[in-house]
Design a binder for this molecule. Structure first.
Ligand SMILES: [Zn+2]
Length: 293
């Protein structure tokens, strides 16, 4: 048994596991520093913060099911006060997120009141090969339920997602678990149901405050669970002066001159994800243009 004091060893980790006697696979992830780093430069309303945490955990769990290198973007767009919520993560479990808010979002606002009329879009982009995009209607009360539905419909795979966000020891935390019947058809609905019923009993404080091994032991002490080595999860933006510069070149010359005049000769391109400022003056913009040609 692992010492309960050591739960932080599994902060910002993702685990995969298999049940030896049931054809079901599992994943577990907890975001601590990753989540704090994502929220760092932003003052999101609590409900938006929780939603982003939920989407981040979902993205980690989804990328961990991929059998190839690439990245997944989970995005919500709507006409409510939450205009956009976007999370992008890759097979290295590097993840970033952002939200755009335009209007008042109250503490316990429902997903549907935040989003208004909107959809959930999942884009899977392998490093090699075709992109795949799935559009999911937001007809369930939570993102987690919408995603479970997506798995059943798109992959015909029974999937359980449990995602919780909140605070633990005064710090933001988001964590979750995925159970999925093996795609080779060897799993039985009875096995799946047995394990998901047990998983559904998990408490917030167990997800937030236990090492993975101990949590799995508490839930499944009658099962043999093969736990694979953990993968680190971290916030990673990937923005650069070069990328910001390319975005700037999409604006017309007249508009650039106007902004330059308004802002004392320097355009501030701030990254929406991590808050890094990239400054461009006239000279820098001319240089960008000449290298583009
Ligand atoms: Zn950035």
């Amino acid at each position: 048994m692992t010492n309960q004091q050591d739960y932080t060893q599994d902060n910002d980790k993702l685990y995969r596991y298999l049940f030896q006697n049931r054809a079901v696979r599992g994943e577990w992830v907890r975001l601590n520093k990753t989540f704090t780093d994502t929220l760092n430069t932003h003052q999101y309303p609590k409900a938006v913060q929780d939603l982003l945490g939920e989407m981040m955990v979902a993205t980690n769990l989804l990328t961990a099911t991929l059998k190839f290198d690439g990245n997944i973007t989970v995005q919500i767009q709507g006409d409510g006060p939450l205009r956009l919520a976007l999370v992008n993560g890759n097979d290295q479990q590097q993840i970033r997120a952002l939200a755009r808010v335009d209007g008042n979002i109250t503490e316990n606002m429902s997903l549907h009141n935040m989003i208004g009329k909107g959809v959930l879009v999942i884009t899977i982009a392998p490093k090699e090969g075709e992109r795949y995009q799935g559009v999911i209607s937001l007809d369930k009360p939570t993102i987690t339920e919408c995603l479970e539905d997506y798995f059943v419909r798109s992959e015909q795979l029974q999937t359980q997602l449990i995602i919780r966000t909140g605070e633990y020891e005064g710090k933001p935390v988001a964590a979750g678990m995925l159970l999925q019947i093996m795609p080779d058809g060897s799993g039985t609905p009875e096995d799946f149901e047995h394990l998901t019923t047990l998983a559904a009993t998990v408490k917030d404080e167990e997800l937030f405050g236990l090492p993975a091994e101990e949590l799995l032991y508490r839930l499944y002490h009658e099962e043999t669970v093969n736990l694979y080595p953990a993968q680190d999860v971290q916030f990673f933006c990937g923005c650069s002066a070069e990328r910001s510069g390319s975005a700037l070149l999409l604006i017309s010359d007249e508009e650039i001159d106007e902004i330059l005049a308004e802002h004392k000769g320097s355009i501030d391109m701030q990254c929406e994800c991590c808050g890094t400022h990239y400054f461009f003056n006239k000279e820098a913009i001319e240089k960008l243009k000449s290298t583009k040609l």
